[in-house]
Ligand binder design. Sequence first.
Ligand code: BV8
Length: 242
Amino acid sequence: MTLKAARDLVREAERLVVLSGAGLSAESGLSTYRGAGGYWRQHRATDLATPEAFERDPALVWEWYSERRRAALEALPNPAHHALASFQEQRGRDRVALVTQNVDGLLQRAGAPEVLELHGSLFRVRCSARCGGECHDERTPWPHPVPCAACGAPLRPGVVWFGESLPELVYASAIDLASSADVVLVVGTSAVVQPAAGLAAIGAQHGAAVVEVNLEPTPLSGSVNVSLLAAAGEVLPVLLAP
Ligand code: BV8
């Protein structure tokens, strides 16, 4: 019943917002953050994903991101990425919005026409002094801290670290999308990182039905309309099939 209920909700949605997390890319072989073998199991987030960590040891942070870029470039989009990309392509970006916390670029590589990256991208590099220097960069291994051509400060990964605000326009768009959605599909996130995780509640507060696909229960599970405890790569192709 729940899979059919979820499928009906998602397929009948006029404005679907999909909020994804690291679990979407797990079946592509990429580590999650908090699950078994997750990044934060080996390292503390504060040791790697904060401006202070970069300040303290830029080489360690670069090394971690260089390793993650290599893994992301070697990974292939899985059936969940392809199902989401095809659904957005078929229905159009104005009916299907893909909002991701992921930084691996796999939805784009699956052919998704438009992806909103709440936490930036492994393949964006920007000036740590915020002088405006920024570029797309897929070199791997990344050269160790490279000086910004414009001001000489070290370049840094173009991702959002803990304690940093999300890109203003991206987050404002995500709030608008969630507020006007009739269905929010949450896929592969532990729903603990804010303000991203709060987008599902924003949708629900504005009347959206919320469907969750996750391997394990999350803080959202008790309040969603349908909670599917399953792997994204198995469920999404069924949920989104024509
Ligand atoms: C900010 C960087 C303003 C890139 C990341 C309330 C409001 C605002 C802020 C806060 C708040 N409360 C606390 C905060 C502070 C903090 C925060 O949320 N802390 C948490 C940990 C308590 N938030 C921030 O700092 C944010 N900034 O709000 O700015 C501000 C400014 C100054 C001071 C305060 C506030 C910035 C947050 C962004 C941090 N950057 N990453 C990178 O290196 O990757 S966070 C990191 O976690 C990733 O971006 C990731 O996407 C995100 C969420 O993790 P998940 O994607 O959910 O991954 P996780 O491993 O946790 O879960 C995976 C799930 O998938 C699991 O449940 C698993 O069961 C499931 N799964 C696994 N396999 C599958 C599967 N599901 C389906 N199928 C499968 N096959």
